[in-house]
Design a protein around this ligand. Sequence first.
Ligand SMILES: [Zn+2]
Length: 246
Amino acid sequence: MSIPTTDAVILNQIEYSNTSLIVTLFTEKFGLLSGLAKGARRQKSPFLGSFDRLNHNEITFYRHTRSTLHTISESKIKNSFLGLRESQDRMYAAHYIADIVRGMTREEEPHPELFNLLVNTLRELEQADDVPRVLFQFEIKFLSEVGFRPELESCVICWQKPQGQRIYFCANEGGIACELCAAQMPAQVTLTSKGALASLIALQKRRLSEGRTVRLSPLVISDIKRLIRPYVVAKMEREPKTMKFV
Ligand SMILES: [Zn+2]
């Protein structure tokens, strides 16, 4: 048994007993992790408030070799992202992000780039007045990071650049489809727009803090939503509970 320390974001907590919590964390060094916080629900616990969802903490835990539920021994809050808690839109977005990370990563598979993306997104979201943009940028970067980067420039069936006026997206194939190919499988595609694709490509390429320069019209926002949300569901193999709020 080792006693490592790592930075972690609290993705979820459930009551384990009258006094304890089971906490789901995304950690910098170990990826997704479950920890038991004994006594965390007691009034005088040093853990009190420490495991609120979305806190960024430094945690120390006893790492068990025979169980994937480890025992948290210390937890220090580094950032509780107070700005998130000021707005319902930001809060829903942050919970959706936590659901995606929890649903699409495997336990104890280190992925520090993903940890940085998560923390930087929460920081960006904390002051965002363009919540949909931050969310789309997280989704496209996250999907790429976990190996599901959608193809946004060539048709995934014939691999040509789409020529016609209409461009479609096929969530099952993971990318866009030209008019001719889309006509062969109408039930599997959704109409999208050049504006939505150009904006998504720009968001994918830019850093989070530079994404602010990409302004999205309400029409483009709804086009991107119609493209990316079914794709998230296809890859996660279920709909995240919070998706209907974002
Ligand atoms: Zn095609």
